[in-house]
Design a protein around this ligand. Structure first.
Ligand code: FE2
Length: 297
């Protein structure tokens, strides 16, 4: 029996402000994204709220932090180094694991930017470079990172894993299982979306769900929907909890900035994982625990 391990999970910080884009950077999809940021998103995602969330997270003394993407907004080259500094303030690469989101590869020209600037945060143990899926062992956990970040046409926010990642996933899941680890799959897009989010769904979600149903995982965590969520997927022996984290910086209507904690204890075949949802109250300062649940109970 191992001691309890605490994993913190934050997502979609959408760090601002946007640097001034070069004219050449404002072609195609970035142009609509830039206007959208100026008119709406820039007001919704607030640095002060994010700082409050991070301070609360740090007070929890988590053993590790998972970040499920959308650090930046329209993939301007100037967005990546400040995001790297934000990551470094959160923790060193050994304590923080990242997977990219659709806003991190908003256009084709930015396809390699996440690896280039944040590679050390999304790399398997001892791997010289980023390749998905990657596996990191931390305490009783195997953190299995997937990338759904792929450039799309304007007004789409879909994601895609692609054949290669799907083909390599079973081996990562099986090996971690043989090692008796609690498998946590990190992914930006949820494995399945509500019909209303059809234009923002994971295109090969059915393939991912089939791999999980066959090879299993103890937990899947994601962002993208900017809301706390909990569903279950079919697994080989038991159902797999899938938990979504809200944006860590957003304040709009019923959406409040927040993050999740997972407290894992036990061992192979007898895991216990408690999920805790923490959110910022409307005053923008008080943190509230909105849910505490033992997953799979
Ligand atoms: Fe997002």
């Amino acid at each position: 029996m191992r001691p309890m391990f605490v994993l913190a999970h934050l997502s979609d910080p959408h760090l601002g402000p946007l640097p001034t884009p070069r004219l050449a950077e404002l072609m195609g999809k970035r142009a609509t994204g830039f206007l959208n940021w100026q008119r709406k998103r820039g007001l919704i995602h607030r640095a002060d709220l994010l700082a409050r969330i991070v301070a609360d997270l740090e007070a929890q003394a988590a053993d590790h932090i998972a970040v499920t993407g959308d650090l930046v907004n329209i993939s301007l080259t100037g967005e990546y180094a400040p995001a790297r500094a934000w990551l470094a303030a959160l923790g060193p690469p050994r304590d923080v694991t990242l997977v990219p989101g659709n806003h991190d590869v908003y256009v084709r020209a930015a396809a390699r930017h996440p690896q280039l600037y944040w590679g050390e945060y999304m790399r398997g143990d001892d791997a010289p470079e980023t390749a998905f899926p990657f596996v990191r062992r931390r305490g009783p956990l195997a953190l299995i990172g997937l990338s759904t970040a792929a450039p799309t046409a304007p007004f789409l926010a879909t994601g895609r894993l692609g054949r290669e990642q799907i083909a390599r996933l079973p081996e990562a899941l099986d090996r971690s299982n043989r090692e008796g680890l609690f498998r946590v799959v990190l992914i930006h897009h949820p494995p399945i979306s509500k019909p209303a989010r059809y234009l923002k769904r994971l295109l090969d979600g059915a393939d991912l769900r089939a791999a999980l149903a066959r090879h299993g995982a103890e937990l899947v965590i994601h962002g993208h929907d900017h809301a706390h969520s909990l569903i279950e997927l079919e697994g080989p022996q038991r159902r797999i909890p899938v938990v979504g984290a809200p944006s860590a910086s957003e304040a709009r209507g019923k959406h409040c900035a927040g993050y999740n904690l997972y407290r894992v204890e036990g061992g192979s075949g007898q895991w216990r994982c408690e999920a805790i949802w923490r959110s910022l109250a409307r005053d923008g300062d008080t943190m509230v625990e909105t849910k505490r649940i033992v997953l799979g109970d």
